[in-house]
Design a binder for this molecule. Structure first.
Ligand code: HEC
Ligand code: HEC
Length: 350
């Protein structure tokens, strides 16, 4: 039986921004904080409403940007479930309130729009639209609207129109003193911290007793996942539409995406999969199946510098992942693959 523990281990020296800096997973909130994002069916008519609606549409049918900004067969909402609205599935509303966010690693402040770009470049294996592009602005508007609508409802201003923001403001996010929270809940949220709205990210999962096993994970996969995602993990795709999303291979997320980390995938899976019957796997099964899907081939990390070892050191040093490691005789991240831009890169290993 193969067991491999992951930390790619070595010193990280960040040369470029690492857009996939992990969100700290939190235990699920026990005390009820009954935030409910505004229902997208209530997006109002008018110019601002149209922008919000476009953001919603891009989240659920991101494939309309295939070949332009998207390089795989995923939609944003395949990971950000329920149109980006579902708590504990990295919901957009909690994310919106958390940016701008300071990242100690490279002394950079990420705006919300920059974080959206990160998911285009890695999770969607594409080439992100510009910060002030209609696409990034629309997704930001949708995230803002889900959040602010829910906050207004929670403040007793049920159904009150969401104040319009300029495109520039929308790109920033809500973690800025100039971003006004509605009374009377403003104080509660400030005490909690704008980056810690319950429901943000994924819930923490107990650490595994021993190293996760891709081998055991394969059995979990066959039993609980293959029926939808396919024996080869490639999901289903027809007429430019994603049916079941791919978990690995050339049409899935790349080696720079947050989901390639074993811990992040285990948290997501434990909370959300199998779809419709979540929280069914034991934590060990979730860890093992995460190790299995993340020990398969997938598109190259776009930050690949021509050398697998030094790319692994630079960007994967502190992660629980298999980038640059050999599992079942396959050197991961070492396969030649065309990038989203059509350039084929052949890693020189070790
Ligand atoms: C393959 C799964 C996947 C897809 C597809 C995906 N994301 Fe993400 N996204 C994640 C994960 C995982 C995280 C959290 C990463 C972490 O913990 O570092 C995340 C984080 C985010 C965040 C920050 C949330 C926060 O609370 O900080 C935003 C905003 C976001 N994604 C937007 C998008 C958009 C917009 C798209 C489509 C263009 C998209 N994502 C597609 C997996 C995905
Ligand atoms: C009943 C069908 C079904 C089963 C069974 C199922 N999934 Fe999924 N899975 C989906 C669908 C559909 C989505 C996209 C959800 C959406 O768009 O709302 C998804 C999304 C995902 C994603 C994020 C998107 C991506 O492609 O990376 C991962 C990871 C994932 N599933 C892993 C698993 C694992 C692991 C199992 C087994 C434990 C599993 N799923 C079982 C249907 C299923």
């Amino acid at each position: 039986m193969l067991t491999l523990w992951a930390p790619c281990a070595l010193q990280a020296w960040a040369a470029q921004p690492d857009m996939s800096t992990p969100i700290q997973a939190q235990p699920k909130a026990v005390a009820a904080f009954d935030f409910v994002p505004r229902d997208p069916a209530k997006i109002p008519p008018g110019e601002f409403g149209d922008k919000v609606r476009k953001g919603y549409d891009l989240m659920v049918n991101t494939q309309q940007l295939q070949g332009r900004y998207v390089g795989n067969h995923l939609n944003c909402s395949n990971c950000h479930l329920n149109n980006g609205a579902q708590a504990y599935s990295t919901p957009l509303w909690a994310g919106y309130l958390a940016y701008p966010a300071y990242r100690a690693k490279d002394h950079h402040v990420d705006t919300f729009a920059e974080r959206v770009q990160g998911c285009f470049n890695y999770s969607m294996n594409g080439k992100a639209p510009a910060l002030d592009s209609p696409e990034v602005v629309a997704i930001s508007a949708y995230a803002y609207w889900l959040l602010m609508g829910g906050l207004l409802d929670l403040s007793g201003q049920v159904g009150a129109p969401v104040p319009e923001l300029s495109d520039k403001q929308l790109q920033q996010g809500g973690n800025d003193p100039s971003f006004v929270l509605p009374e009377p809940i403003a104080k509660t949220i400030e005490q909690m911290g704008r980056q810690k709205l319950p429901g943000r990210g994924f819930p923490a999962l107990p650490a595994p007793a021993s190293a996760p096993s891709p081998d055991q994970g394969q059995q979990v996969y066959t039993q609980h996942c293959a029926v939808c995602h396919g024996a080869n993990g490639d999901g289903t795709y027809a007429n430019g539409m994603t049916g079941m999303p791919p978990l690995w291979g050339e049409h899935s997320y790349n080696w720079g995406a947050g989901m390639h980390r074993i811990d992040t995938a285990a948290q997501f899976i434990s909370e959300n999969m199998p779809l419709g019957k979540p929280i069914q796997l034991t934590p060990t099964q979730a860890w093992d199946v995460a190790a299995y899907i993340n020990s398969q081939k997938r598109p190259q990390d776009p930050r690949f510098n021509g050398n697998l070892t030094s790319t692994a050191h630079a960007f994967h040093g502190a992660e629980q992942c298999y980038y640059g490691q050999t599992v079942e005789g396959v050197l991961l991240g070492g396969e030649a693959q065309p990038s989203a831009t059509g350039v084929t890169s052949t890693p020189s290993a070790k």
